[in-house]
Design a protein around this ligand. Structure first.
Ligand SMILES: Nc1ncnc2c1ncn2[C@@H]1O[C@H](COP(=O)(O)OP(=O)(O)OP(=O)(O)O)[C@@H](O)[C@H]1O
Length: 237
């Protein structure tokens, strides 16, 4: 590492690139042998207990966690909208909207045209002018709403949503469902990870149930949720 500043980006990159298997590193197979085909216009829910591999699967589909084995084929660039999606805490809501929309490939003209509708959809200004305040002054639900408003402002070929909807209040969840329906109508495919089964059955027509990183069931959302609930009933008491 001589010549590179300790903790610097280049040093970190070299460390990752030269990482060799080490006896002190334990391998985790978070998702194994999961195979499915998703079609345009589908909204697919991902359910399963904590640690069953839902977020990992979304990250693999988004290309953020390359698969050790197997392949992910997608049309277009999937967009992952996670609870930790990159909004910047020290920037105002307004700046986050502009940067987020530009990062999604909108032109400056499109951003200007869509700005008011993104803010309106997020509802962050319903209790005062929050758009001009830094993100760190927002509640977690408000930040999640803003993220969803930005990410869903343009059609996506594949939109991956990790629990983002569940943090919004009931009114926002209704609005999000409507927006998801619009995204699906625009021929996108939507994946939604949620522990709120009602959200899955209300929003998705199909669900995948993951357990210990494997695909336990794939079918109509209501049937998969019912089977999952039956299997967990009585457990954990
Ligand atoms: N960076 C990591 N390093 C080590 N293990 C990890 C890492 N990320 C995830 N795992 C492990 O992989 C497994 C699947 O995690 P994942 O976050 O995909 O589960 P999940 O179904 O999304 O869980 P939850 O419902 O709690 O959000 C878990 O056992 C977790 O501990």
């Amino acid at each position: 590492m001589a010549g590179f500043r300790r903790g610097g980006a280049v040093a970190a990159l070299r460390r990752i690139a030269s990482r060799a298997p080490s006896p002190s590193v334990r391998e985790v197979h978070a998702v194994q042998g999961v195979s499915f085909v998703a079609h345009r216009g589908e909204a697919i829910g991902l359910i399963g207990s904590n640690g069953s591999g839902k977020s990992t699967l979304l990250q693999a589909v988004a290309g953020l966690l390359p698969a050790d084995r197997g392949r992910v084929f997608t049309r277009g660039q999937p967009s992952l909208l996670g609870v930790n999606a990159a909004l910047l805490n020290d920037l105002t809501g307004e700046r986050n909207v502009v940067l987020g929309a530009l990062a999604m490939g909108m032109t400056r003209h499109e951003v200007r045209r869509r700005y008011d509708s993104i803010i309106d959809f997020s509802g962050i200004n319903e209790k005062g002018d929050f758009a001009s305040l830094p993100l760190r002054t927002y509640s977690s639900g408000m930040a999640a709403r803003l993220k969803f408003a930005i990410a869903s402002a343009r059609p996506h070929e594949v939109l991956l949503i990790d629990e983002a909807l569940s943090t919004g209040d009931a009114r926002f969840q209704r609005r999000s469902r409507q927006r998801m329906a619009e995204l699906r109508a625009a021929a996108g495919t939507v994946f939604l990870v949620s522990h709120h089964h009602r959200t899955i059955t209300d929003t998705c027509d199909r669900a995948l149930w993951l357990e210990s990183g494997t695909l336990r069931m794939d079918g109509p959302a209501a049937e998969v949720v019912a089977a999952y609930e039956e299997s967990t009933a009585g457990k954990g008491r």
